[in-house]
Design a protein around this ligand. Structure first.
Ligand code: DGL
Length: 273
């Protein structure tokens, strides 16, 4: 078995996994949620890097040639170091990819006027990863990036408060803030694994001409392209069509809560990193 490893701080990455499996149904996947130590969104750079590297090493020990970091906070704070400093030493023949670069490439394809908004956790916003990557990889197509941290949105999803009066209040407030930061915005990135679950509420407050970018499908589309460009990696991945879930917290809780994110209960295993 040489599955594609998919890592997230907890449940949120399931929104990405769902799309990856849809796009690459014949492949084997191993999902790891670091539920014992999440959320990552409020943690320091050093801690997110340390935890993410541990998770990547673990997935390598489970024979994953390729790991997708589905978590925006971990992609923002740890991915570059892992790719540039750690991989050449610990596993030069393996690859770790994140969710920011695929989103940036997609934004460059769809924006009309280059005015982009990013919604994310405090960690993602403070890291400035999106503005930096948009500047670097959009081929000059993005001229302005504004960001807004939405620290209440992850707890709203995790506590299943979606659609309640309290949830609507916080969603409306942050959307109004980000729209005020750049009234010319034509593309809005949902830069956090949990936000697609709030899409119905988000749409109520975002003018219809603004394109809302959900990362699951975009990450899947870009991964398919990546595997076409890298047949050497593609041929190393096993194709048994299996899907395993592992968590650093209680397997029973994971199985239960996963339903909120992917609409069905799953069987999970508890693991230590
Ligand atoms: N998975 C995280 C992200 O996409 C959100 C949850 C957390 O803060 O750990 O940024």
């Amino acid at each position: 078995m040489a599955p594609i490893g998919v890592f997230d701080s907890g449940y949120g990455g399931l929104t990405v996994l769902k799309e990856l499996v849809k796009a690459l149904p014949g492949y084997d996947f191993l999902y790891l949620g670091d539920n014992a130590r999440n959320p990552y969104g409020t943690r320091s750079f050093e801690v997110v890097y340390e935890y993410t590297l541990e998770a990547v090493r673990y997935l390598f020990s489970q024979d994953c040639p390729l790991v997708i970091i589905a978590c925006n906070t971990a992609s923002a704070k740890a991915l570059r170091n892992i790719q540039q400093l750690d991989l050449p030493v610990i596993a030069p023949d393996r690859r770790v990819l994140g969710v920011i670069r695929p989103s940036v490439e997609k934004v460059a394809e769809i924006t009309g006027n280059g005015h982009v908004g990013v919604l994310g956790t405090i960690g993602t916003v403070v890291s400035e990863s999106y503005p930096i990557e948009l500047e670097k990889w959009s081929g000059g197509r993005v001229v302005s990036t504004v960001q807004e941290a939405c620290p209440m949105w992850v707890p709203i999803v995790e506590n299943n408060e979606i659609g309640t009066e309290g949830a609507e209040f916080f969603i409306k407030r942050h959307i109004q803030h980000i729209l005020a930061k750049d009234p010319e915005m034509d593309t809005l990135i949902l830069g956090c694994t949990h936000y697609p679950l709030l899409i119905d509420s988000i749409r109520k407050y975002v003018p219809p001409h603004i394109h809302i970018l959900e990362q699951g499908a975009v990450t899947a589309e870009k991964l398919v392209e990546y595997l076409q460009r890298h047949p050497d990696m593609e041929s190393r991945l096993s194709k048994g069509g299996t899907l395993r879930y592992q968590t650093t917290e209680s397997a029973a809780n994971f199985a239960e809560k996963a339903a909120l994110f992917i609409g069905q209960k799953v069987t999970a295993e508890h693991v230590r990193l």
